[in-house]
Design a protein around this ligand. Structure first.
Ligand SMILES: [Fe+2]
Ligand SMILES: [Fe+2]
Length: 274
């Protein structure tokens, strides 16, 4: 896929904002931008995803034109050429190690969301949920709210996993009072006439009446797909919140025999053939 330089500059808040980023942040921003362009363009060929919103039928007609399904995790595919060799993981990997070595595609987006949540005075649980909310997409994109909540459930509070699980469904439903509108990105990715399946509708109805509704809702409010000018959040900003709210297993993620250890091992070793 060709890089639209103008669209990329706009996505990071302009050339001046880009010049303030270090090279790692620039690479992350580019990776994220390419991934979003890829997902949007995959909806309808030749448009770059920017000229018009496709219909559900048009998106459906594209399924057999691609070598991979749209739900495949980022670690298992590449938007530019072949996949790259991954750096080895430490013996006892921590959440920070996964952010640094495996969450390359989702990292920036999640840092951006957590940064916004922090700046707007959200609770530590909402900030942590924002930081983690899409990271499971490195392994699996389809139903990522549920996959993500499962992956984090043994290590975070119930409120945090609730927020991660249900942000996926709430993304389809605007809440003007909370400041969340239906995203154009979803019109490109799902089709302008898309109607969420029944389990998403039912989930929304359930969560809407739940006493923790605002937890996943605030994840959607902070779920940004654009970069703010001059804002370049770093993982170090969240070290204390992770320390207080994430139960890091002493054996390392993937080695603790938890019911989801295999998910972490899959992220550690995505080249394993079986
Ligand atoms: Fe998400
Ligand atoms: Fe997100």
């Amino acid at each position: 896929m060709e890089l639209d330089r103008r669209a990329f500059f706009l996505s990071v808040g302009g050339a001046a904002a880009l010049s303030l980023m270090d090279s790692e942040a620039k690479a992350d921003a580019l990776e994220h931008h390419m991934m979003m362009q890829f997902q949007a363009a995959a909806a309808i060929p030749g448009t770059g995803g920017t000229q018009k919103f496709p219909t559900v039928a048009e998106i459906d007609a594209q399924i057999e034109t691609r070598p991979a399904r749209r739900g495949v995790g980022n670690l298992f595919t590449s938007v530019r050429g072949n996949v790259k060799k991954l750096p080895p993981m430490p013996e006892k990997p921590t959440l920070i190690d996964f952010f640094n070595l495996r969450f390359a595609t989702t990292r920036n987006h999640c840092l951006q969301s957590a940064n916004r949540a922090m700046k707007t005075g959200m609770t530590e649980e909402v900030i942590l949920a924002c930081l983690l909310h899409d990271t499971v997409q490195e392994v699996m994109k389809t139903d990522h709210g549920w996959w993500g909540a499962a992956m984090y459930e043994p290590y975070v509070s119930e409120k945090v996993s609730f927020a991660i699980r249900y942000h996926q469904a709430l993304r389809f439903y605007p809440d003007h009072a909370a400041g969340y509108e239906y995203p154009d990105l979803y019109k490109r990715m799902f089709g302008e006439d898309y109607v969420p399946p029944k389990y998403i509708q039912d989930t929304y109805e359930m969560v809407k009446k739940h006493r923790w509704y605002m937890e996943p809702r605030l994840v959607t409010v902070n779920d940004l797909y654009a970069f703010e000018p001059g804002v370049n959040p770093q993982l170090e900003q969240f070290t204390d919140i992770i320390g207080r709210n994430f139960k890091q297993p002493k054996e390392g993620l993937g080695n603790d025999n938890s019911p989801v250890a295999h998910m972490w091992r899959t992220a550690s070793h995505p080249d394993s053939p079986l």
